[in-house]
Design a binder for this molecule. Structure first.
Ligand code: DX5
Ligand code: ZN
Length: 226
């Protein structure tokens, strides 16, 4: 499976979000990671389906990877399907019936992802393996950008990689949290193929003629490592 880099808009300048996404796509982003936080499942509040709808209307055409950190989950799945999500990922702890939530996503025509927190066992994925298109391993506790990478996440990625390979299904393995140029290579070697990066991309200092050039420099450096 080819490697994808997914800049997380959580670290973007929300006052000029459309331009930020245009710039990061021009810089080579494969998909856009869209973090949804509800101040209930996680202690932070971010954006909802209206913002995704606006980005689509603005002309954003790349796949959008919605990471739902909300509880309950199911009603918002419909809203994000309607808003144009390509991937929708859910935390099994946040839904009474993870198998149902994942099935709702797929029946709605999107790809379904299950998310493992640092404190969640890999075994949670096993009974869901037939209804997932993506497994997202959190390498920080969910809720905030800019946190430090948890090194034991690499062992978890390797364990999920074995599970995916044994299933024989084409399931993407994504890692999210604290990914930078200096650790993305290790994440790739552990078996990840999809890499979320928020602060490492949007937080890069302005050193080029344009923000797109700034972002391209980071994305190219990351790609070189994977
Ligand atoms: C954290 C979010 C991440 C976050 C990553 O709850 O799920 O996607 O935006 O940000 P960085 O790359 O700064 O850790
Ligand atoms: Zn995320």
């Amino acid at each position: 499976m080819n490697s994808w880099i997914a800049p997380s808009i959580l670290a973007a300048d929300f006052a000029r979000l459309g331009a930020e996404v245009d710039d990061v796509v021009a810089a080579g982003a494969d998909l856009v990671h869209f973090d949804v936080m509800d101040n209930h499942y996680v202690p932070n509040l971010s954006v909802g389906p209206l913002v995704l709808e606006s980005l689509r209307r603005h002309g954003v055409a790349v796949p959008v990877d919605v990471h739902l950190m909300v509880e309950p989950v199911d009603r918002l799945i419909d809203d994000f399907l309607a808003a144009g999500a390509d991937y929708i990922s859910v935390h099994p702890e946040a839904t009474g019936h993870p198998h149902r939530s994942l099935s709702l996503i797929r029946e709605g025509g999107a790809k379904a992802g299950v998310v493992l927190n640092p404190g969640t066992a890999v075994a949670v994925v096993e009974p869901l393996i037939d209804v997932v298109d993506l497994v997202l391993v959190m390498s920080v506790n969910p809720g905030f950008g800019g946190q430090a990478f948890i090194p034991s996440s690499l062992d978890k990625v390797a364990a999920v990689r074995r599970l995916i390979d044994a299933s024989g299904r084409a399931i993407r393995l994504e890692i999210d949290g604290g990914i930078k140029v200096d650790n993305i290579g290790a994440a790739a070697r552990a078996g990840a193929d999809t890499f979320v990066a928020g602060s490492a991309v949007f937080g890069v200092p302005e050193t080029h003629a344009s923000r797109a050039d700034d972002y391209r420099a980071v994305l190219d450096a990351m790609r070189e490592q994977v």
